[in-house]
Design a binder for this molecule. Structure first.
Ligand code: NDP
Length: 282
């Protein structure tokens, strides 16, 4: 079997066009969606991510406010900025780019963001809303993965076994909850899972969110499975690869996402969608 590609770039373009249309409706009513993006410190990867998010906002008709601070910014000063943005009615979404410098408690900062503006979906209130099935902002990466599954006709997963490899608060855990909400039978694997290969081979839907290059090998794939590769790993030659051995997995899988050009573009598209949703709900 040779897997069919789930083209994240093309699907993200479709989502962004939908978002732009919603933003235009709001703008026509005098409400321009706005996202505040805060970056602290000199992490070069963060700089690229923030630049991409700001550019994506512009293309979708979302106003972005980009605040960039040096390493010397204190936690109290950052909390002060968030408080001001929380109270600013012209700002609908607030995103603090992670990682933050070590002297700042990232969780405290995330929880200072008003849940109504938590477009990253990382606030404990957003996590709780997801857990109990109430409306709230969903973390962008797993939300993008669900959109990819819907795109290939797998919005409903009753009778399917989904395996999520990785249990972080921003990807693995919310991913598992979203799959559960779609009626999948869900297994979460992590570094303490004894026979990862056997666990993965049960997966009709396999989500890899680990951060270890090509650790999911072809023999770990159930024939016909849908493989969503969240991992982003930089190889010594500077190119990117995922957590899945794409060439080998493509031989067995029914569907597969590439890296790059898979989940990454979807993550930004869902951030735009959440920001417009925040404005619609404001
Ligand atoms: P974390 O480092 O927070 O979590 C990694 C998870 O992988 C942990 O739960 C860890 O288990 C698990 N793990 C580590 N080693 C193994 C192993 N040998 N077998 C099974 N599980 C293992 O990473 P993130 O969730 O933040 O990100 C995961 C990957 O996704 C990274 O490559 C990241 O760059 C990428 N990413 C991509 C995004 C995108 O837009 N495409 C967005 C966000 C992340 P344990 O808990 O036991 O330590």
């Amino acid at each position: 079997m040779t897997a069919r590609l789930i083209d994240g770039k093309a699907l993200a373009a479709q989502v962004r066009a939908e978002v732009a249309a919603r933003a235009a409706v709001l703008a026509a009513a005098g409400r321009r969606p706005a996202l505040a993006v805060i970056r602290v410190g000199a992490d070069p990867a963060s700089e690229v991510y923030v630049r991409n998010k700001v550019a994506a906002c512009k293309a979708a008709g979302i106003h972005s406010i980009h605040e960039s601070y040096g390493d010397s910014l204190t936690e109290a000063e950052l909390l002060g900025r968030i408080d001001a943005l929380n109270r600013d009615d012209a700002v609908h979404g607030i995103l603090v780019q992670l990682p933050l410098p070590a002297h700042i408690d990232a969780q405290r900062v995330i929880e200072a963001i008003a849940p109504s503006k938590d477009v990253d979906g990382f606030h404990v209130a957003s996590a709780g809303a997801l857990l109990v099935g109430r409306p709230g902002f969903r973390p962008c990466t797993p939300l993008g993965c669900m959109r990819m599954l819907a795109h290939i006709g797998m919005a409903q997963l009753r009778g399917k076994h989904a395996v999520v490899v990785g249990r972080s608060n921003i990807v693995g855990k919310p991913m598992a909850l979203m799959l559960l909400a779609a009626d999948a039978t869900v297994t979460i694997a992590h570094s303490g899972t004894p026979d990862l290969a056997a666990t993965c081979r049960q997966a009709d839907v396999l989500i890899a969110a680990v951060g270890k290059q090509r650790m999911i090998t072809g023999d770990m794939i159930k024939p016909g499975a849908a493989i969503i590769d969240v991992g982003i790993n930089r190889l010594p030659d500077g190119t990117l690869c995922g957590d899945v051995d794409f060439a080998a997995a493509s031989e067995a899988a029914g569907w597969i996402t590439p890296v790059p050009g898979g989940v990454g573009p979807m993550t930004i598209a869902m951030l735009l969608s959440n920001t417009v949703q925040a404005c619609e709900q404001a």
